[in-house]
Design a protein around this ligand. Structure first.
Ligand SMILES: NC(=O)c1ccc[n+]([C@@H]2O[C@H](COP(=O)([O-])OP(=O)(O)OC[C@H]3O[C@@H](n4cnc5c(N)ncnc54)[C@H](OP(=O)(O)O)[C@@H]3O)[C@@H](O)[C@H]2O)c1
Length: 283
């Protein structure tokens, strides 16, 4: 039986993975959170891999606080780049396959059409730069890898935009949400299912892939649909990014072209509205 180690085991994506693998047979999943297995501790991770026979490592551990990263660059790079380099080296030594999650924030947002895997990244934030460096480390060290870039992750678990909007709607009568950043929400359960498919099929189509739900919208459109589907009446105002300054710069456009992952793994990608409906039913 193949053994799959999932790092960052208490995070949003890892929690979705826990749910999608519940009934999976013939694969053993081990979830390790930041306390059990700190990925920045190379000795510990090396020991863990040698004591347990790990076939796949799904790295869902990350420093994900985009704004805080601007003033905590050292830690962001330590977790998103140095630790990822270590993981790639350890995977290589142990003949393990690494499935790593990256982000649309590696792009600068100057495109006017969906970003392909071949487009040149140019991150505008420390978070984006640290994640891009992590990708590069893997590509240099380990052939047996899948890097899945995703965008605007949300689910019934962890902290995310959908849950924040629902919470704010209980506290306020009106809300302003940016309308000039365009991207695609991605239901983390959909992404978890893709990760599972890659493992189940023992795919050897290694490389870089873009995965998000289908469609492209602004954060304002996203909020509007959340409230519509939940029948919440609130005064929702569209605003410009410059009216809501944040420490980290975000790409104005970060829609991902998902043709490669669809064609390679023969998957149907749900539309963002449809997946939002599924998530809201679970919340
Ligand atoms: N969320 C998004 O909108 C989004 C968008 C695009 C891409 N992504 C990428 O998707 C992946 C999953 O994101 P997510 O939403 O699941 O993030 P998340 O909920 O923040 O989960 C990340 C997990 O990593 C853990 N972690 C942090 N440092 C660690 C360390 N040194 N060792 C082990 N674990 C550590 C965190 O634990 P603590 O909480 O205890 O620190 C947290 O449980 C990440 O690679 C992220 O960059 C996310």
């Amino acid at each position: 039986m193949k053994t799959v180690l999932v790092t960052g085991g208490d995070g949003q994506l890892a929690t979705c993975m826990k749910r999608v693998v519940e009934k999976v047979e013939n694969l053993k999943f081990i979830f390790k959170n930041a306390t059990d297995l700190d990925i920045t501790d190379k000795k510990l991770v090396t020991l863990y891999f040698t004591e347990n026979s790990i076939d796949y490592c799904v790295n869902s551990a990350a420093y994900t606080a985009v704004d805080t990263a601007e003033s905590n660059s050292e830690l962001a790079f330590k977790i998103n780049s140095e630790a990822v380099k270590n993981l790639a080296e350890i995977c290589k030594e142990n003949q393990s396959i690494l499935i790593h999650i990256s982000t649309d924030f590696v792009f600068d947002g100057s495109n006017d059409q969906p970003y392909k895997e071949s487009d040149i990244p140019n991150p505008k934030s420390i978070y984006g730069a640290s994640k891009l460096q992590g990708e590069k480390e893997i590509q240099l060290i380990l052939k047996e890898h899948f890097i899945l870039r995703t965008s605007w992750l949300y689910s019934e678990f962890g902290n995310n935009f959908t849950k924040t909007m629902l919470k704010l709607s209980e506290e306020r009568d009106s809300l302003s949400v940016v309308n000039d950043q365009i991207g695609t929400p991605t239901y983390a359960v959909d992404l978890a299912n893709v990760v599972l498919k890659i493992i189940k099929e023992s795919s050897r189509d290694f490389g870089l892939y873009h995965y998000s739900n289908k469609g492209s919208i602004s954060w304002y459109d996203f909020a509007k649909e959340i409230f519509k589907q939940r029948d919440i009446k609130i005064d929702l105002k569209p605003i410009l990014t410059k009216e809501y300054p944040t420490p980290a710069k975000r790409p104005a456009y970060s829609v991902l072209d998902t043709t490669k992952i669809k064609d390679t793994f023969q998957i149907e990608i749900p539309n963002w509205k449809e997946s939002l409906g599924v998530a809201l039913n679970k919340l």
